[in-house]
Design a protein around this ligand. Sequence first.
Ligand SMILES: *[C@@H]1O[C@H](CO)[C@@H](O)[C@H](O)[C@H]1NC(C)=O
Ligand SMILES: *[C@@H]1O[C@H](CO)[C@@H](O)[C@H](O)[C@H]1NC(C)=O
Ligand SMILES: *[C@@H]1O[C@H](CO)[C@@H](O)[C@H](O)[C@H]1NC(C)=O
Length: 492
Amino acid sequence: MESKHSLLVILVLWLEVEGAPPKVCFPQHFMFGVATAAYQIEGAWNVSGKGESIWDRYTHRHPERIFDHSSGDVAADSYHQLREDVRLLVELGVQHYRFSISWPRILPMGLSNDINEDGIRYYSELIDELRAHRIEPTVTMYHWDLPQSLQDLGGWTNPIIADYFLDYARVLFDHFGDRVKVWFTFNEPLSFCHDGYGGLDAPGANSSGFEAYLCGHNVLRAHGYTYRLYQQSYRHHQQGVVGIALDFAWLEPATTSEGDQRAAETARQFRFGWFAHPIFSSEGDYPPIMRVRIDEISKRQHFPRSRLPTFTPEEVALIRGSSDFMGLNHYTTYLIAQGDGKIYPQPSFNTDMGVVTTQKQEWPKSNSTWLRVVPWGFRRALNYIKQKYNNPPVFVTENGISLERSNRDVRRVGYMASYLSAMYAAMSDGCDVRGYTYWSLIDNFEWRRGFSERFGLYDVDYSSASRKRTPRMSANYFSKLARTRCLPDSWN
Ligand SMILES: *[C@@H]1O[C@H](CO)[C@@H](O)[C@H](O)[C@H]1NC(C)=O
Ligand SMILES: *[C@@H]1O[C@H](CO)[C@@H](O)[C@H](O)[C@H]1NC(C)=O
Ligand SMILES: *[C@@H]1O[C@H](CO)[C@@H](O)[C@H](O)[C@H]1NC(C)=O
């Protein structure tokens, strides 16, 4: 670390002597910010009327499924550290803060007959505190913490949940819409449907290729309804925008062979098109390749109907175009090769997709098994979105890296510098990128990885009662970026 750092200093000095390279600056209204999510930071899981979420239930019942057997019961204690968190945001000089609202903190049983006044108070105070410091609140309605009472009805696999989500959204628009102008309905439906209903994230249904598709279907319906509700009843007087945050790792063909090229495109349609195509394509509905493959494989597995549900024509129309911009979470890249074409009796998303996914060993690692540093993939992902979906406005809602605990996080600064340069290159290619959000403001509960993986610009000391926050080198870098909107040329 030490020697790398001195190298940097030498490089910076050399650049000063040789004449600095042209400064990389983003447009004047470009928004820099940082993100968090309720369950990952708030704690206070059972106070002041909050209901139980599926992550509360899951971490309590299955500590063995969490890397360090931890839970988000206290997490970074942001419920009690609201002013401290806003102080950090002010220190960073960000233009926006992306946080999520806990559905069971607002509606303890999930339904809008019983509104928890303390939940309304907490988010109202956060929003007011942000606005008092001229930081735009950009708010995610659902970042994975479903009320447990709704999971008891089947959660996202039960079609009725689209109505309940709409009721919840109405409560949010009614209470916060006067002050919140940027809404994201869902964070990463691929992740919570594929890993939650299709795998072992909460609720841990582990039903790949089946419940995962039911989840995706109802999430898309709920999203469409919510967008139309806002359009019809709120937009006129609240003047905000509504979108969705999709996760898209770039998927590069493993070789130049035609089979691998085709496999990579199939994988993009399954992992990204699943949610992007119904909302952002001009045709709407599921990607044709998903429809064809899942229908065919379901038939060969002797299912009387496809495991991928079907939208009515009204639903296709409702969902198509139901987003004012695309929220994009991007971290890494995978290589995709053609699969062996084998079909097993057991439903599986991977069998349906039919590809082999790897990462190159020489790509630099992070502290997360799934995340390697591949900045050029970001540029390709952005160009793919531009080309496939008619260049929608893109708001980068997450990008970041986990590293082992250290406040001299030179590699995090390097990650940001390289990914921001790739994003800048994509903008020079004509991609319409409007904002960038680093994940995350502070270290937090990283789902099944517990507290073992740290993404924060600020370190959180989990052994201190107040969960003391300390800025890392990357916080200093990010504050220069956010204040000047130019890539800083010195790193500390
Ligand atoms: C809340 O949960 C904590 C454990 O995290 C427990 O000690 C406490 O008794 C609970 N409080 C209530 C009001 O249930
Ligand atoms: C999850 O499903 C896989 C594939 O069907 C199975 O091998 C595994 O044992 C399941 N895990 C749990 C914890 O149920
Ligand atoms: C991340 O760091 C933690 C703490 O040092 C360690 O226990 C864990 O194995 C690491 N995980 C990965 C994927 O490197």
